[in-house]
Every structure is written in structure tokens, then in C-alpha cells.
Write a protein that binds this ligand. Structure first.
Ligand SMILES: [Zn+2]
Ligand SMILES: [Zn+2]
Ligand SMILES: [Zn+2]
Length: 296
């Protein structure tokens, strides 16, 4: 990934961090004023959002370091590790919300809900909604898994705030206080689901799951290069920012080294243009014997 892309990601994360901390401060003040434990729990999830932004910035910093003697494949997977840490924060947030809900069943407290507290909560909801949308859109544009997983995290915080607002409204119109806890438990399950998704996605990167469809690679190469007779042992791994592809390509046995070398570089450029700009392609060249021979 290019340096200016990392700079952009860091800037987006900084904006997100400021917004999350602002939202957290508002929620803490409202939580104390209304004596509502669910608002305080909600504030805690915003603090966790802010902390995960800090981890993400550190992850990006290490990922942008160029390759060196000890890390010849670069340092991009530090981003994957940072994403897994965000997943851990999500799981922790889920546990906190769940514990808060159970505690409220055992010790019910009637919150003192005012119009001002509702307005402030709606304001934080709008801020979070905008930040999550902005972060996900930019993350998809820049192909950054760290921004997308952080946007999912911020979105889980929106579910928390919506749940809190609905229960506060219901309690204000006379519903039993236990509704607050039931809603909180549902919200914690949503947070666990998001944490699970982040874990699966980033664990797949760590165990080198395939990232490009083999048929797409074959199709792209065959379409552009008549001199390629067969392709096999295609492998791809990495993240959308940093893909490694290797494969065996069979050509006319009499093609000379200069011609085949030019062909290999052309194939790499075509894959970068048509499939992913961040692809590194290594090709093992073989003589074509009239049939696709997987044994060579
Ligand atoms: Zn290094
Ligand atoms: Zn070369
Ligand atoms: Zn082979």
C-alpha cells in the first residue's frame, strides 16, 4: 500500500477518535445526571471505540513500514493483528453490557429521564451514525480492513444507543424497568456477533485463506495472453491492501528466457490492473507438453 493511503487512513482514524471521545463525554455527563446505568454503559462502549481507534493508528503506523531484512514480506499483517485487538475490545464491550443488564435485573434503579437527556442521546446517535458511515465508505474506498472493522465497531455502539433510547422512552411511558435489562442483553448479543465477524475475517488473513478466485485469475490471464497454454497451482493470500499470488504457467517449450520473462511481468501488470492494484505475482514457468501436466 502507498504511503499517502496510510496517511489518509490515519487522518480518518483521528477524526473518528475525536468524535468517539466527544460522544463518550456527553454520555458520561447524561448518565450521571439521569442516574441511568444503561446510558453509563453506553458511554463505556464509546470509550472503547476511542481506545480501538488508538490501537488502529498504531497498527497502521507499523503496517506502513517498508520491508526490511527481518520482514521481507513487509509489516502489513500488523494491521490484521490490530484488527483482532479491535475484535477483542468488541467482545469485552459485549461482556460489559451483558453484566450491566444482569446487575440491573438484580438491583433495579428508576432512571430520571429528562427531555434534555433524550436530545443529547439523539445528538450522539447522529454523530455516531455519521462517523460509522464515513469510516466504512472511506475504508471500502481505500481497501482498508482496519477502517471497515472499526466502522462495524462504531455501528455496534449505535445499536446500544438506539436500544437505550427505546427503553428510556418505554419506561417513561410506564413500562416496567426490567425492559431496560432485556434490551441491553439483546444489544450485547449484537455486539458479540460483530466481534465474531471481525475475528473470522482477520483470522482468515492470518491463516492465509484464499483472497482471489482461481477462476478469475485463469480467465484474466487466458483472455489477455494467447501464449499461455495452461495454468495450475494458483495460490493467493494476504489482505486487499497486500495480496500475494503465485502460480505455475505453461508456455511453448521453445520460448526463450527473454520472451518468457517479459510475459511474466506483463501478466503481473495485467493482474494488478484487472484484479487488484496491490497484488504481488510470482510465476513459475514450465514447458507445455500438449496436456496440462500438474506433476511439473
Ligand atoms: Zn521489520
Ligand atoms: Zn523480472
Ligand atoms: Zn507445475
Amino acid at each position: 500500500m502507498k504511503k499517502d493511503v496510510y496517511k489518509k487512513i490515519q487522518f480518518i482514524l483521528f477524526i473518528t477518535f475525536v468524535a468517539n471521545m466527544l460522544v463518550a463525554i456527553f454520555k458520561i455527563i447524561i448518565g450521571i445526571a439521569t442516574k441511568s446505568t444503561s446510558i453509563t454503559a453506553d458511554a463505556f462502549t464509546s470509550v472503547a471505540d476511542g481506545l480501538s481507534n488508538v490501537i488502529a493508528v498504531l497498527g497502521i503506523y507499523f503496517a506502513s513500514k517498508p520491508e526490511d531484512e527481518h520482514h521481507p514480506y513487509g509489516h502489513a499483517k500488523i494491521e490484521t493483528v490490530a484488527s483482532l485487538l479491535i475484535g477483542l475490545f468488541l467482545a469485552y464491550t459485549g461482556i460489559k453490557v451483558m453484566m450491566e443488564a444482569v446487575d440491573k435485573i438484580k438491583n433495579p434503579v428508576h432512571p430520571d429521564i429528562t427531555a434534555v437527556s433524550i436530545v443529547v442521546m439523539i445528538f450522539t446517535l447522529i454523530v455516531n451514525g455519521f462517523v460509522s458511515y464515513y469510516e466504512q465508505k472511506k475504508g471500502e474506498e481505500l481497501g482498508s480492513s482496519i477502517l471497515v472493522s472499526d466502522a462495524l465497531h462504531t455501528r455496534s455502539d449505535i445499536y446500544v444507543t438506539i436500544g437505550v433510547l427505546i427503553t428510556l422512552f418505554l419506561i417513561k411511558t410506564g413500562a416496567p424497568v426490567i425492559l431496560d435489562s432485556i434490551a441491553s442483553i439483546i444489544i450485547s448479543l449484537l455486539i458479540f456477533k460483530t466481534a465474531y465477524d471481525v475475528f473470522v475475517e482477520n483470522t482468515n488473513v492470518l491463516i492465509d485463506a484464499r483472497v482471489v478466485d482461481n477462476e478469475l485469475i485463469k480467465e484474466t490471464v487466458f483472455k489477455n495472453y494467447e501464449s499461455v497454454k495452461e495454468i495450475h497451482k494458483i495460490r493467493s493470500r494476504g489482505t486487499q491492501n497486500n495480496i500475494f499470488i503465485d502460480m505455475h504457467v505453461q508456455v511453448d517449450p521453445d520460448m526463450n528466457v527473454r520472451q518468457s520473462h517479459t510475459l511474466m511481468h506483463d501478466i503481473e501488470r495485467t493482474i494488478q490492473k484487472d484484479i487488484n492494484n496491490n497484488a504481488h505475482v510470482i510465476i513459475h514457468i514450465e514447458p507445455y507438453s500438449g496436456k496440462d501436466d500438474n506433476s511439473i
